[in-house]
Design a protein around this ligand. Structure first.
Ligand code: ATP
Length: 208
């Protein structure tokens, strides 16, 4: 198993942006959001289970998962949310680990937005948090998704606080400054972290 660096941060903090910079260095990035979609893709056994539990209402005409419909159901039925999480979380975790294991490089970035909320820090050898102030999160998330303030605030309220997230961090990337001013500094920090992670990965290999 490669050395696993968990990359996390709140909504709109810049995880994908930072993940992309690691990727540019040739580091594999396993993205929990992509896996969460893959495990329920059209024709998958899990989508069939969702269908037999919730009915074909949760399918689009094309036979894909109707996420808006599913969100609507679990929003008004908390028990259904628990059922859904119990079905999906183990599948997502197993698939994340399977994809990590397939990577040939010494270390992997495991990008998981809800790493702390879903009690997954133990999967990682080290945790890297992308940190921004809540006001900046709101501003960037609204701009990116054209979303309402209330929706972003609700999502933020469902995530752990900035303080709690930072308490799990081995490393922190401060992404508060606009990228056009700060890209050079961030790339420099990522290069430094890259060297540290390569060294840690080598140490892990030696121990095994
Ligand atoms: P989510 O968890 O909500 O998917 P994320 O943490 O992956 O978000 P990104 O998608 O990387 O965050 O960034 C959110 C938005 O903010 C994007 O539109 C991105 O281009 C922009 N962004 C990221 N970092 C900066 C920055 N330092 N300055 C300005 N804009 C930024």
């Amino acid at each position: 198993m490669p050395y696993i660096v968990g990359l996390t941060g709140g909504i709109g903090s810049g995880k994908s942006t930072i993940g992309g910079l690691f990727s540019a260095l040739g580091v594999p990035v396993v993205d929990a959001d992509i896996i969460a979609r893959q495990v329920v893709e059209k024709g998958s056994p899990l989508l069939a289970e969702l269908c037999s539990h919730f009915g074909t209402d949760v399918l689009t005409e094309q036979g894909e998962l109707n996420r808006a419909k599913l969100r609507e159901i679990i929003f008004s039925h908390p028990n259904e949310k628990t059922w859904l999480n119990q079905l999906l979380h183990p599948a997502i975790r197993n698939e994340m680990l399977a994809q990590v294991e397939q990577c040939q490089q010494p270390y992997v970035i495991l990008m998981v937005p809800l790493l702390i909320e879903n009690n997954l820090p133990h999967l990682c050898d080290r945790i890297l948090v992308v940190d921004v102030q809540p006001e900046t999160q709101i501003e960037r998330a609204i701009k990116r998704d054209n979303n309402k303030l209330e929706i972003i605030q609700n999502i933020m309220a469902s995530q752990v606080s900035r303080e709690k997230r930072l308490s799990y961090a081995d490393d922190i990337i401060d992404n508060n400054q606009p990228l056009e001013k700060n890209l050079g500094k961030i790339k420099k920090q990522i290069n430094e972290l890259h060297k540290i992670y390569l060294k840690k990965a080598e140490e892990k290999q030696c121990q095994n």
